[in-house]
Design a protein around this ligand. Sequence first.
Ligand code: HEC
Ligand code: HEC
Length: 238
Amino acid sequence: MNRYSKVTLTIVSLFISSSIYAHSSTPNPMLVEAGKRLFNSFCIYCHGIDGSGTNAPAANLSGVPTGDLSNKAYMSLLTDKEIINRVAYGEEKYPYLQMPGWRSNLNGEKITAIVAYVRTLAVDQGPLQGPTPTERLKRFQNDPLERGRIHFLRYCSGCHGKKGDGKGWMAAKALNKPIAIGSAKIAPTLTFDSVKAYVTNINRWDKSYMPVFSEEEILPKLADIIAYIKTLPKQYSK
Ligand code: HEC
Ligand code: HEC
């Protein structure tokens, strides 16, 4: 293709609606540009400027590590439609991902644009080291300790610490110190009923710093969370 026809093509493409191009494999520069603006307002705080999730100011917010959108080997296993669905529905449909869906904030067109931009962030980092998206889902479905790990990181580690040592990132700001829930002294004493009573007890408002969790949200996850906490002393304390 010579230089002039390339330029003409670009100009023509500016006049064609983005929805046509959403299905094409050639990235439409306008779509990518629009996606970049949206990414920078909605996603950058957690996923970072390069999509790698490192050094992003809020990368730690959800406790679980923010996914690496810059990993080509991983991202190339997902079709555009699969990425769009993950962004739209988040954990609602893909429970192993601890990210809320964005479909109430962003319509389909905007999500399509963001994903076109996200595609441009993927760089070759060699062969995939970790599990594939399918393997992650299977593990989440089949392994209660994996579910417990992810939910503990998400719901409890901000205060009780990733290792259960009571030193989560929010703990420094807490008036009451979170207990070292994963210590050899405390972990073995936890029972489903005692933890349930504490995490859902609405009567401790005035004396407790810990949030009260809704039964609907936390109870289906609690047995897995507790089972995981009980593995922490073996993993971390001497
Ligand atoms: C509050 C932090 C946060 C924000 C804001 C955020 N994400 Fe995420 N995102 C996460 C976390 C945490 C995960 C799950 C990572 C994991 O488990 O691998 C995730 C996962 C994803 C995945 C799935 C990756 C995979 O492994 O399948 C995509 C795609 C994604 N985010 C895109 C976006 C886009 C696009 C936006 C902006 C609209 C956005 N994220 C905003 C935290 C965030
Ligand atoms: C925002 C911080 C925070 C989060 C998130 C949090 N906790 Fe706590 N937790 C605390 C603090 C602080 C204490 C110490 C007592 C208090 O203030 O209620 C505590 C105490 C506890 C106790 C001890 C109760 C007792 O008998 O002394 C249990 C059990 C507990 N947390 C379980 C959990 C579980 C399980 C999760 C996740 C589902 C969780 N916590 C999430 C801050 C937190």
